[in-house]
Design a protein around this ligand. Structure first.
Ligand SMILES: C[S@@+](CC[C@H](N)C(=O)[O-])C[C@H]1O[C@@H](n2cnc3c(N)ncnc32)[C@H](O)[C@@H]1O
Length: 312
């Protein structure tokens, strides 16, 4: 069998083992064991993966016209945006095949001004995928509190991007409890506390408050609002941009993709990123007890990612 580490990562021993798998060696791989990076082109390599292997895909394809990744066949340098969208749609068709029936897809993609017009690429991609049968479940705003200042004076400075959550089928794995947020309405500092009269006194719980049993409060809404583990995750995620010195492109902040991995994949399930870059998805998956497979076209990035995950 091809020699690569499957469990108990990262280990500093086994430096001679292979974490980066070439296309030619894929036949020897036990895919279910995962935890490796495939060096190759996303569409070609996806075609080599078996059906229904992956629980969730978390990925950020190259943005249109943004940078040159210095490799043949790279995404993002197509002649026009239609070609770019079509190419991505084709890749995500193959992603759908490798997903389990209860699998999900989380895509972060940036927009672009072309001749002074915002191209609307994230939504164009989202709607194109919906046309191909994906179920669009959520548009999440990634709000970047430390976004780069810009010199624009005739429009607001952009400080957000989209993350779309898609499901393959209407019933899908989603662990809402794993990513609940703290309740804020009734915290000690909340301005709503007195006004809403839900709390009887300091330290009281909503259930003990004046409105417990109020028939105007629908039972389901009540439970949802005061779930003991916190409120359901919201769609605006505030996550600062982070720097990773070895990469010459935008890497995912770990905090941004943590919720996608925790909600989208149980422990020991497999997370895939077909545009692996510096391997943030693999790193977070591993830290959280999930397995991963990465696909990356640029060999240098495969090496950077492998060092980052396996030898940290
Ligand atoms: C935006 S970066 C991903 C960054 C990644 N999320 C991280 O945290 O480091 C996109 C990556 O896709 C790779 N890429 C571009 N075209 C590709 C293709 N056709 N197949 C596979 N990877 C490709 C680029 O080399 C780059 O590393």
């Amino acid at each position: 069998m091809f020699d690569y580490i499957t469990t108990n990562l990262p280990l500093f021993a086994n430096l001679d083992k292979q974490f980066i798998v070439k296309a030619d060696n894929l036949a020897e791989i036990h895919f279910e064991e995962a935890n490796f990076i495939i060096h190759g082109e996303a569409l070609d390599m996806l075609k080599r993966l078996p059906d229904g292997l992956i629980q969730t895909v978390v990925t950020s394809p190259p943005y249109y016209g943004q940078r040159d990744y210095d490799v043949e066949n790279q995404i993002g340098i197509e002649k026009n945006t239609d070609e770019y969208i079509n190419r991505l749609v084709e890749i995500f068709e193959e992603v759908k095949r490798v997903l389990r029936e209860d699998g999900t897809l989380w895509i972060n993609v940036g927009d672009k001004y072309i001749d002074g017009n915002l191209a609307g690429l994230p939504w164009r991609l989202a709607l194109a995928l919906r046309e191909r049968g994906w179920i669009l479940r959520s548009d999440i705003i990634w709000y970047k509190p430390n976004a780069m200042p810009s010199s624009v004076r005739n429009r607001p400075t952009t400080d957000h991007e989209y993350i779309f959550l898609f499901a393959k089928n209407s019933q899908y794995y989603y662990d809402a409890d794993a990513i609940r947020e703290p309740h804020i309405t009734f915290s000690e500092k909340s301005k709503m506390r007195g006004g809403r009269n839900h709390l009887g006194k300091n330290g009281g719980t909503p259930e003990q408050g004046k409105n417990s049993g109020n028939s105007n409060l629908h039972r389901g809404r009540w439970d949802q609002a005061f779930h003991p583990k916190g409120r359901n995750k919201r769609t605006v995620w505030e996550v600062p941009l982070s720097k990773f010195r070895d990469a010459h492109f935008a890497v995912f902040p770990e905090k941004l993709i943590e919720p996608c991995i925790l909600a989208g994949c149980p422990e020991n399930g497999i997370v895939l990123d077909p545009f692996f870059g510096s391997g943030t998805v693999g790193l977070v998956a591993h830290k959280k007890g999930r397995k991963f497979i990465g696909i990356e076209l640029n060999e240098n990035y495969c090496e950077i990612a492998s060092k980052r995950i396996f030898f940290r």
